[in-house]
Design a protein around this ligand. Structure first.
Ligand code: 3BY
Ligand code: FES
Ligand code: FE
Length: 424
């Protein structure tokens, strides 16, 4: 009796792990997942433990913490994280948890501090996580060095900050090198956030990502976005017309002349980068397709850069245009609740009200995000029905969803195996 109780306390998800491994084993490829993957609380906990606490996550942009002492916080499931710019300009990430009695350390979304001071009893940490001060009452033998903040792996490339909560993060440098190269024309050290929004969607995080990875729904859903967005981005796509292929060839020659990368790159199924022309001569994702910001990004001199699309699993998609960029971060809140944070970036010297107007810049993606929220929420409500059963993805229009579900299933299976040797 005791043994069983101890075992269940060790891993209350043991049974769910086994059931999940079985469901992954027997899932039908190119079909949506069985219902529990989208609404079950234990499966959500497994997603957090095996995906969000083990894979590289998009956390934010380096421009959000431009100077020494700037910090930003986020929650990865139940783990508060703080990302802070150190004295020599390095980006550090820590568990945002005091080593005294565990209080959350930084409470604001963003800010600037000289030191990280715990609000509870004022233990004080250096920006590199070392404990500097623990009051005078901890005794002579107290070893400050034993109580530094717990570090989280962090890597930056092309202005993006990625974090990884595991002890042994998977390799990611090949993707980061390419990201750095593709973002070079945008001079990401000289950008700023012009607008930011967070919306909460009553849907499982995988439904948010699935919805983003296809444009099968675009015609019915996104009138504003379809003024400028090219629904597909590959000359091999079945929707690619001869006119599209000719346009791509012409634009690629122009981009080559400006030494701006455009080639489609894939890093397994986890990342995909490509530059594609925009629709009908538009240059930006605005209502009229004209630039939202008069000052272009980085070293760019032509607003007509198409859109550089950057996909990162499990939690991001991004569009970089000539005048501004839009970056998206997805963070699960619960089995049927997800927060989507959108940031619109511009050249750091662009002046609000002169070079750009936030309302005009955000219009298309605010509308699109809201439309996608409704789609994901309706998807969730149908999936919760006893009538739901996995349905087939279109192999041509929904290849991005297939890639996501394949990546997710492979990673979850592999990570489950490493967590529970008995399942190997
Ligand atoms: O407000 C915050 O989040 C500050 C206060 C103490 C530490 N933290 C960075
Ligand atoms: Fe942080 Fe006490 S919990 S100082
Ligand atoms: Fe959409």
């Amino acid at each position: 009796m005791n043994l069983i109780a101890t075992h269940e306390l060790d891993d209350p998800l043991a049974k769910a792990r086994e059931a999940t491994a079985d469901m992954l084993q027997s899932r039908v490829r190119n079909f949506s997942l069985p219902q529990p993957f989208y609404n079950d609380a234990r499966l959500f906990d497994l997603d957090m433990q095996e995906i969000f606490e083990k894979e590289w996550l998009f956390a934010g942009m380096t421009c959000e913490i431009p100077a020494k002492g700037n910090f930003m916080t986020l929650d990865v499931a139940s783990n508060p994280i703080v990302i802070v710019r150190g004295h020599e300009g390095q980006v550090h990430a820590f568990h945002n948890v005091c080593r005294h009695r565990g209080s959350r350390l930084c409470m604001k979304d963003k800010g600037k501090v000289a030191k990280l001071v715990c609000p509870y009893h004022q233990w004080t940490y250096e920006l590199d996580g070392r404990l500097l001060f623990a009051g005078s009452d901890m005794g002579d033998s107290f070893d400050l060095a034993a109580y530094g903040l717990k570090p989280v792996h962090v890597k930056c490339a092309g202005g993006f900050i990625f974090i990884n909560l595991s002890e042994t993060p998977p390799a990611v440098d090949d993707f980061l090198d390419t990201l750095e190269h593709y973002l070079e024309p945008y001079d990401m050290t000289n950008v700023k956030v012009a607008v930011e929004s967070s919306i909460v969607e009553q849907a499982n995080w995988k439904l948010v990502i699935e919805n983003n990875r296809e444009c099968y729904h675009c015609n019915g859903a996104h009138p504003e976005l379809l003024n400028s967005l090219q629904e597909f981005d590959d000359t091999d796509d079945p929707r690619a017309t001869p006119a599209y292929k000719a346009l791509v060839a012409r634009k690629q020659a122009e981009w080559d002349a400006q030494q701006v990368p455009w080639q489609l790159k894939r890093f397994g199924k986890r990342n995909r980068l490509t530059r594609t022309p925009m629709l009908n001569g538009t240059v930006s994702m605005t209502l009229d397709g004209k630039p939202a910001c008069q000052k272009l990004m980085g070293r760019l001199s032509n607003p007509d850069m198409g859109s550089l699309r950057i996909l990162h699993l499990p939690n991001s998609w991004n569009h970089f245009m000539g005048d501004h960029a839009v970056v998206f971060r997805v963070m699960p809140l619960g089995p049927q609740q997800t927060v989507v944070t959108t940031k619109w970036l511009v050249h750091k010297d662009a002046v609000e009200g002169v070079d750009y107007h936030p309302e005009r810049m955000r219009h298309v993606w605010d509308a699109t995000n809201d439309q996608d929220r409704r789609l994901a929420e309706e998807n969730q409500r149908g999936i919760n029905s006893r009538a739901y059963e996995p349905g087939p993805y279109s192999e041509t229009y929904e290849f991005g969803v297939i890639d996501f579900i394949d990546w997710y299933s492979e990673r979850l299976r592999e990570n489950l195996n490493h967590s529970a040797p008995s399942l190997q």
